[in-house]
Ligand binder design. Structure first.
Ligand SMILES: [Zn+2]
Length: 389
């Protein structure tokens, strides 16, 4: 009797261990395909190990990799199960196949493959591939080899030559099913305020004929975080600005702050990034998976300069018309929306929607116009700085 009981317990323990280690499920494959650039996102139920191989070649360039201990999820879209035809850019199709030993093989077929980047996002786990047609992906403002990551104070060639900025990509935070933060007492939602500021900024910038403005969302619609940098890259944007409103449990938290993409040890910056990344600050603590990508990012120093110009101009412009504007300064944090952007980028938290006075101000067209004008001046100052030195 004792023997039988213990045997039964051992079996249960084994089953539990198997469940814990059970296969990861591939839930979906999304892609954003353009002539020179494609971003592919694999949505997974958990972390997977992958081994990848590239076969470069003219006609039949291929990239394939095996997702270990991975199976299709029950609700994985049927029409994407064996082959996904794309044919919009250099990526022709994606093929999938379940292989023995719980392995899912994914094959990308190209007409031509250049540089590509891969990185992970967590909660939920995603693998992102940025695939370029050319070996070098160049925005028109930065036709120079990238400066060393994190390099301080070394003027880039773009800066020295003053190469122009033409395409400005404006990203109104959130949208559609994702309202962002809100102030219920005032009946205000972040997604409406960011869209309004973006539209105002668009109008002002459009007075310069040499600028081409691209909004990642021109209306109230849901655009995944991963798609936003993809839109900026595919349009070969020269500047990328993501607009947000801040929020804090502390009602008296107030002020204007701007961020560029980098790792940080600042707990407040981590809180803000966690909120914008739609993840818990606990899972933000494990940043190792995206650390690589951040260090590979070649725009850290240009982004820091852009962020400083935008922050200073926004604060200065608001101070001209409003009292008690607090300058919280330029900060760095790992924001998913900026990851993989191939141009100088900044995320601005224009004011606190959770603060009684700033919330009220954000509700007025005058304040939003002043914010937009401040962003405009910051962008202009950044561009002019490219012509100096
Ligand atoms: Zn936001």
């Amino acid at each position: 009797m004792i023997k039988r009981t213990s045997a039964f317990l051992i079996l249960l323990a084994a089953a539990a261990a198997f469940a814990a280690r059970g296969p990861v499920r591939l839930q979906n494959i999304r892609y954003y395909s353009y002539p020179e650039y494609t971003r592919v996102v694999l949505d997974l139920s958990g972390e997977v190990k992958i081994g990848e191989k590239v076969l470069k070649g003219g006609e039949d360039a291929r990239l394939f990799f095996d997702l270990k201990n991975c199976r299709f999820a029950a609700d994985y879209p049927l029409d994407k199960k064996s082959e996904i035809r794309i044919q919009a850019g250099n990526l022709q199709r994606i093929r999938l196949g379940q292989r023995p030993a719980q392995t899912l093989r994914v094959v990308f077929d190209f007409d031509r493959i250049g540089k590509y980047n891969r990185f992970y996002l967590t909660s939920p786990f995603r693998i992102v591939f940025d695939i370029y047609r050319q070996d070098e992906f160049v925005s028109r403002a930065r036709q120079e080899p990238p400066p060393v990551a994190g390099g301080q104070g070394v003027p880039s060639i773009a800066r020295q030559l003053g190469l122009g900025v033409h395409r400005i990509v404006i990203d109104p935070g959130h949208g559609g099913k994702d309202p962002g933060t809100s102030n219920r007492r005032l009946g205000l939602r972040e997604k409406d305020i960011t869209l309004d500021i973006a539209k105002r900024l668009n109008v002002i910038l459009n007075e310069h004929k040499e600028f081409e403005i691209i909004l990642t969302r021109p209306r109230d619609e849901y655009v995944p975080l991963e798609e936003r940098a993809a839109i900026a890259n595919s349009n070969q944007g020269d500047i990328f600005i993501s607009i947000h409103t801040n929020s804090a449990p502390r009602q008296n938290a107030r002020g204007v702050e701007s961020y560029y993409l980098n790792i940080t040890a600042d707990p407040w910056a981590m809180e803000v990034a966690a909120l914008e990344n739609a993840m818990s600050s606990k899972s933000m603590a494990d940043m190792r998976t995206i650390l690589d990508q951040i260090l590979k990012n070649c725009n850290i120093s240009e982004s820091r300069i852009l962020t400083r110009f935008v922050q200073e101009s926004m604060v200065a412009n608001l101070k001209r018309k409003y009292d008690v504007i607090e300058d919280l300064g330029v900060k760095k944090a790992p924001f998913y929306v900026l990851l993989g952007a191939q141009m100088p980028s900044a995320l601005v938290e224009v004011s606190f929607l959770s603060h009684p006075l700033e919330g009220r101000r954000l509700g007025t067209p005058e304040y939003r116009q002043t914010v937009a004008a401040g962003l405009y001046l910051g962008i202009l100052n950044f561009i002019q700085s490219l012509g100096k030195k």
